[in-house]
Design a protein around this ligand. Sequence first.
Ligand code: IVH
Length: 683
Amino acid sequence: MDREKARERIARLRAEIRHHDFLYYVRDAPEISDAAYDKLYRELVSLEEQFPDLVEPDSPTQRVAGQPLTSFPTVEHAAPMLSLDSDASEASLRRFDERLRKALPDVEVEYVLEPKLDGASVELVYEDGVLARASTRGDGRRGEGITENVRTIQAVPLRLRTEAPHPVPPFLSLRGEAIMHASVFDKLNERLIAEGKEPFANPRNVAAGALRQLDPQQTASKPLDLFAYDVLSAGESAQIPGIETQWEVLQALKEWGLRVSSLVRKVKTLEEILEYHQDLEARRDDLGFEIDGIVIKLNDLAARDRVGWTSRHPRWAFAFKFPPRKEITRILSIVPSVGRSGVVTPVALMLPVELGGVTVSRATLHNREEVARKDVREGDRVRIQRAGDVIPQVVERIVEPEREAEREKEPRWQMPATCPSCGTPLIERGPFTICPNGFECPAQLVGRIVHLASRDALDIEGLGDETAKLFVNEGLVRQLPDVFDLRAEQLVHLEGFAEKSSKKLEEALRKASKVELPRLLHGLGIPEVGVAVARDLSRHFGTFERIRTADAAALQEVAGVGPRMAEAITTFFRDEKNAPILDELLKRLDVQEQSAAPPASVLPLSGKKFVFTGGLAQMSRRDAQNLVESLGAKATGSVSKSTDYVVVGEDAGSKADDARTLGVTTLDEEGFLDLLRSLGAAV
Ligand code: IVH
């Protein structure tokens, strides 16, 4: 084919492929088979190979760039990417509706209802209809430039359709949610499990992680989808000429070629909102992707401008979240489970039940006092719940009148007197029960190996729970450092190992032995020391030896380390059982130490005081406290005038009232997480 002919054919093929992308991703109504589409695509690839100078950056073939980046550029958003006011209570929804109607007495209020997609929020900027850049939400004002990664998402058009009824503004900044479909997520996790790797906790984490890969090939290997739901800016004018409502925004987005959820609705009354919420909640597990509530948006854009924004979120929108997923099942038995820190947790083994697309057969009963308080016994029917990624928990027992008499004859569940793993007498600390045998207890050793090998620590592929148990049970690993002495020749005889997998694990161990200081510090599983604290300690002290020998006062110089944490750290390092193990471990590792770091006062929450009350769904209160402390704040126990924030969780006590009386800012969990995210914390 001559060049001119090729040019024409290439243009034709690109137009056809874009048209079919539109039919497939936006209209959800493809007109040709996958095979026919592939044929067009392959013809284009082949022509572009023959005439490389005819390749254009927005050609459908140019999704995956060749070169990995070394870091992401910082990108200023065209307009702030604020978050939504959100809550799961109907009362809050009613207040939102009432407030709006009161503020707009002359407007016939109409709402657009959308699913609240549980993914990662991104900004897309189109210049003259061509995708120019994409960025993560970051702190809301600035995010990371992830253009190359977003280009790999098939549902994101590289060029918008210009023949749409509304002209595409020369500058257009959009907001949407990158998500991973459940089917893709399940396959990915199945593969990880088969490879002996740790599965991901939820699709949101994978989506956010995939967008932040420096190598776009990596992003492309974790296929994402993207739904658009908002125009952030249309250049000079914030709004697009001729578009007056959110509904029209969504239609225009679709016509331009972006994917918009087919679940969106337009309604007028509170009852319709409640119905939509109920309906989506009922269908939640069948949608094929995660949603965690609905978003209610005032339809009229001019009316939106009238009600405006608070500093954090618009007054014209509200996220009405779903309550945690609950299910009913029966407890078969209650077993004590020894964690890596020696805490013995009563775990309910239950008749398997499906909870949010996952089959659940274990739930935590937290500690012996919880078991007593809920009076849960083996054989009981119970309600369990799962919120976010946390382990399912037993909420309450369901009384079955016909079983009561017989049940009363059965003994209550008791924590055993000795450790189920090593037989050491257990000790009680508050409501908790602890095996004091440390690294010598096989269950704790297994837990510690798994933790040391986990993704945020040494990230050792192929060393999960089953494998660690096998090594300990076979006597190959008697102490943590032994892990690094394992050789392929020893592994190859073990069940589940073959020559290749044995070599692979040996190689993974060798690689992992070169470790950055914060990862090692986190991996040791020192009580209270999470990823953020490990990072701050490493930055402050620079070397492992300095952290190990620091006294409590020196440790507390690190912003975020309070007396309790300092004590936990010194206790860990002073423990005479731990010391020789650490020495041996260090002999086998090549620790990449750090240079000391910025002063504490530059931490984003320096000087702020937090009080937490009630339970959080996404993390334990302790983790939340650690997190704000690692960002420079102090977490205190009681509310006073000098408190900056009171974080109010489920079943909060009087502290929430104190906050209101004293006029202290309160945050619900979502608000708290938003605050953390806006500071760049990975939550
Ligand atoms: S609108 C200013 N619509 O929920 C309003 N957000 O805090 C901007 N989200 O960060 C958000 N689905 O990532 C909007 N249909 C939807 C959404 C949605 C999910 C996310 C978004 C935002 C968070 C709310």
